[in-house]
Design a protein around this ligand. Structure first.
Ligand code: BG6
Length: 479
């Protein structure tokens, strides 16, 4: 889908996110020929820098983070020509007039707030004051969107003073991942799955987002957040919504977001026995969580596993197990829909000891889908049943370039320019997710309970395994 000419201003233009994701992502779109000729990108940050100095920074970011094979010098030079820089003081008046002169009236204007949320209000106010906030102006904000319900409400109120909801693009980059969108295509583009997609046929659902990295250099941010605020309230919640929501009447922003919101509101409070928090230990190769955050007394979790219930007709009685953590065995994320056994086995009870049908949606790595089905073992040995995968790796099915689909950020930024909010969180969704998370966080903050330790490279604390074992289920071996 073509993109109109635009001016994109990145506040925090020299920050980590801009370097790692935003600028390399924009370059990849440029490389793919998706950027209109008349696009302009303006980096902003507090410190003075010339256009050329900034361009060299961007060149470095592209070389480091834009996918191999796309760094041909000519293309990079052409991309750098559309980039310029203005030093702007978010809390003062320096630089704003100059910025206002650069931003053109006749093209789409988007302002990316790649800065801490404490500056959102200042930026919004100055965009207004310097007449850059027209009716069609878009602003893009990043997580963390608040720290709890109150702070999220305050942020929403601040932004809405200057911009309408239709102008605010709250990024959750998980919504930009290829397979996450494919989840909707598979659910609502086929008749095969949707009739079975409910508590009658689904035994349970597992959502796993496992990482091998530790909290590394982000210790001071992470220690105030933990896995619940950093991953569950946003990314895992979004996955849960897409897997559990009712079919929206159209693939349109409010239709999709209305259905997601209903899922969040239908979530039951989580009981203490249905929740396990963990913290990674160190070994001879990697530092412990304590060392990473430089606080031996920290009780912040780097791992969390939970059993969730959605109280509505579709899902009543089907548990949804979610887990996420750092320093785990593998970087692997997937959603598994585990179906029930056939109501009666004509092959004898033993046949029902098997796993049954499982639909796995692999987010990363090797994006794809896998459906486990039961068949007869080939050969003359009688009716022996085995399970085989019907496997679709995007790269295998669609050619090697399929794996090279747009990264989440580049897709989402292009959606901002197109004015399509479907893959962005609406203010009420974010607030509902905090309203659900707050009491859970408060319960462990009050108890002061320490998270369970787990070895680096493991699957998390033993207790997380028990969440399922005790119910005759087990986590999938995610790799
Ligand atoms: C970020 C979290 O939002 O998502 C990080 O703050 C986490 O802690 C990251 O590592 C994971 O994203 P991805 O795309 O690498 O799975």
């Amino acid at each position: 889908i073509p993109v109109d000419p635009f001016d994109l201003v990145i506040f925090g233009g020299t920050g980590d996110l801009a370097r790692r994701k935003i600028l390399p992502g924009l370059y990849r779109r440029f490389w793919a020929g998706q950027m209109p000729e008349d696009a302009r990108i303006v980096g902003c940050s507090r410190h003075e820098m010339s256009d050329d100095e900034y361009r060299e920074e961007v060149r470095g970011a592209i070389q480091e983070f834009a996918i191999e094979g796309k760094e041909d010098a000519e293309k990079v030079d052409a991309f750098l020509e559309i980039i310029s820089f203005v030093a702007v003081d978010a809390t003062g008046d320096k630089g704003w007039k100059e910025l206002a002169k650069k931003v053109r009236d006749e093209v789409v204007n988007a302002f990316y707030f790649s800065v801490g949320p404490s500056l959102f209000g200042d930026l919004a106010e100055r965009l207004h004051k310097y007449k850059m906030a027209g009716q069609d102006t878009r602003i893009v904000v990043e997580k963390p969107f608040g720290h709890d319900l109150k702070s999220a409400q305050d942020l929403n109120a601040t932004l809405r003073k200057y911009f309408a909801e239709e102008q605010i693009y709250r990024i959750d980059h998980y919504l930009g991942k290829e397979t996450v969108q494919n989840l909707m295509a598979v659910r609502f583009g086929n008749v095969l799955f949707e009739p079975l997609w409910n508590a009658l046929y689904v035994d349970h659902i597992q959502i796993t987002v496992a990482e091998t990295v530790g909290v590394g250099g982000r210790g001071s941010y992470y220690d105030k957040s933990g896995a619940m605020r950093d991953m569950v309230q946003n990314h895992l919640m979004q996955l849960l919504c897409l897997i559990a929501m009712e079919p929206p009447h159209h693939f349109e922003p409010d239709a999709v977001r209305d259905e997601k919101l209903k899922v969040i509101r239908a979530l039951d409070p989580v009981q203490p026995e249905d929740l396990v928090r963990g913290q990674y230990e160190g070994d001879d190769k990697v530092a412990s969580y304590f060392d990473d955050v430089e606080d031996p007394g920290s009780i912040t979790e780097s791992f969390i596993a939970m059993k969730l219930h959605i109280s509505n007709w579709r899902w009543k009685g089907t548990p949804i197990y979610v887990r996420t953590g750092k320093r785990l065995k593998a970087r692997a994320s997937e959603i598994a829909v585990v179906f029930k056994h056939p109501p009666h086995s004509i092959f004898g009870e033993k046949a029902n000891e098997r796993r049954g049908n499982v639909l796995v949606i692999r987010l990363q790595p090797n994006e794809g889908m896998n459906l486990r089905v039961t068949i007869k073992e080939p050969g003359p040995g009688g009716m022996r049943l085995i399970e085989v995968p019907l496997d679709m790796s995007f790269a295998d099915a669609l050619g090697p370039d399929a794996g090279d689909v747009a990264d989440a950020y580049e897709r989402l930024i292009m959606d901002v320019i197109r004015g399509n909010q479907t893959l962005f969180m609406r203010g009420d969704e974010v607030e509902a997710a905090w309203a659900w998370a707050d009491p859970i966080i408060a319960s462990w903050e009050e108890s002061g309970e320490r998270p369970k330790s787990y070895a680096p490279g493991s699957t998390g604390p033993e207790e997380a395994l028990m969440l399922l074992y005790r119910e005759g289920r087990r986590w999938r071996d995610v790799k």
